[in-house]
Design a protein around this ligand. Structure first.
Ligand code: FAD
Ligand code: UDP
Length: 367
């Protein structure tokens, strides 16, 4: 087989590259995917009761990038969805992220915005140089809120103490000195009107794109000649684990369907201090599907299983750096995406990165 471009992985990173190569360069591209579907972790499907679920956990699109929003809007319309999360603390459901409402509910107070600012200043611990996720939380909200909201959730999610995780993890959660209880404050937010899989199918709908499912690229790559390989699988797997296995956090997703219309008050409810799961998602509250039953998903973080979250610790980054050095030597291979770059990319960042890399590749080809 002869393809100028071969892509490993049909997730958002791989599909964005495939779409650009097929539509802009008008070149043939082969996408090899080991799962039995496209979309990678954003894949959604209808379960046996006919309810649309996110098979790999809740996915909510949000971005400040106009170019990413416009790019994906070619392949989907959006439901104007603003995500909301509640967290179960001391027997109450309180809004996440931390806002004026959260503080008032947590401590049974009635403070206004500037009073909450003063309140948090008094709680916050002064730290000269913030280098860990624990310090991020302590320096912003102090030890009590840290222990109620962040400490145990993070230990469950990552299996290690927040003091071992770099600042990027807990920094994902904003502290807002206002009453904006949306989970994300980005300019563009939404859910693909007909689901992520439909959006991905449209991205791949080009006669120049051939997709080979149920195939580990290593089984076939020796029989294919190509000029460029775009690899979006795990970095360590590409190099046959020569520097050891990189750590990823996995999740067991437990789906349950109930014979009632509604299960919980918000699309996602977090459980920092109770149960072995971190959060429960109720899909109908994300997708706005109408159905007399409802399906939920409990997330049980675990060490073994599909690689979902790269580990933002010093040791893991150092180990990845060994692979990154090897990658620099490859002239025919581009490494892209959450797994290959070992980065905690959101969907918009994965698409943005793929669009940027495509442009670089195009420029390099012109020179
Ligand atoms: P992936 O989706 O992982 O795609 C990589 C593909 O490569 C996979 O399909 C895999 O099967 C394939 N592959 C791997 N090895 C091989 C091989 N040897 N041969 C062939 N194929 C191979 N982002 C948001 O913006 N909002 C959210 O709400 C959000 N929620 C998330 C919740 C969870 C639980 C997780 C895990 C992620 C979430 N994300 C969210 C992040 C989002 O899933 C990623 O940004 C996105 O999926 C990255 O796409 P990717 O193509 O880089 O990787
Ligand atoms: N987090 C927490 N308590 C919460 C929600 C999040 O401590 O109620 C921390 C946790 O470490 C988590 C990180 O913040 O991994 C990022 O949360 P986010 O909701 O962005 O996680 P994701 O959707 O990426 O799993």
């Amino acid at each position: 087989m002869n393809f100028k471009y071969v892509i490993v992985g049909a997730g958002l990173s791989g599909l964005t590259m495939a779409e650009r190569i097929a539509n802009v360069l008008q070149e043939k591209v082969l996408v090899i995917e080991k799962r039995n579907h496209i979309g990678g972790n954003v894949y959604d499907s209808y379960n046996e009761d006919g309810i649309l679920i996110h098979n790999y956990g809740p996915h909510i699109f949000h971005t400040n990038s106009q170019s990413v929003y416009q790019y994906l809007s070619q392949f989907t319309q959006w439901n104007d969805f603003w995500h909301r999360v509640l967290t179960y603390v001391d027997g109450n459901l309180i809004p996440m992220p931390i806002t004026v409402e959260t503080i008032n509910k947590l401590y049974n107070l009635n403070l206004d915005c500037s009073q909450v600012e003063d309140f948090l200043k008094k709680q916050a611990v002064e730290i000269d140089e913030v280098t860990t996720s624990k310090e991020v939380a302590l320096s912003k909200v102090g030890p009590d809120i840290y222990s109620k909201i962040f400490e145990n959730y993070t230990k469950k999610q990552w299996g290690i103490d927040p003091a071992e995780l770099d600042t990027s993890v807990i920094s994902r959660i904003p502290i807002r000195l206002n009453r904006d209880t949306r989970y994300f404050a980005d300019r563009y937010q939404g859910m693909p009107k007909f689901g992520y899989t439909k959006m991905c199918e449209k991205m791949a709908a080009n006669k120049n794109i051939k997709i080979m499912l149920n195939t580990d690229y290593k089984e076939v790559i020796g029989d294919i000649s190509y000029e460029k390989l775009i690899y979006t699988g795990p970095a360590d797997d590409y190099y046959d684990y020569k520097y050891g296995r990189l750590s990823y956090r996995s999740i067991h997703f437990a789906f349950e369907t109930y014979d009632k219309e509604t299960f919980q008050e918000a699309p996602v409810v977090n459980y920092p201090n109770d149960y072995d799961y971190t959060r429960i998602t109720e899909f109908k509250k994300l997708t706005w599907q109408e159905h007399r039953k409802t399906t939920i998903c409990k997330e049980f973080p675990c060490a073994e299983g599909e690689p979902y979250y790269p580990f933002p610790t010093k040791d893991c980054k150092a180990q990845f750096a060994l692979y990154a050095e090897e990658m620099k030597k490859e002239s025919k291979v581009i490494f892209l995406g959450r797994l290959a770059e070992y980065k905690y990319y959101n969907m918009d960042a994965a698409v943005k990165r793929a669009l940027d890399v495509f442009e670089q590749m195009q420029k390099a080809a012109q020179n």
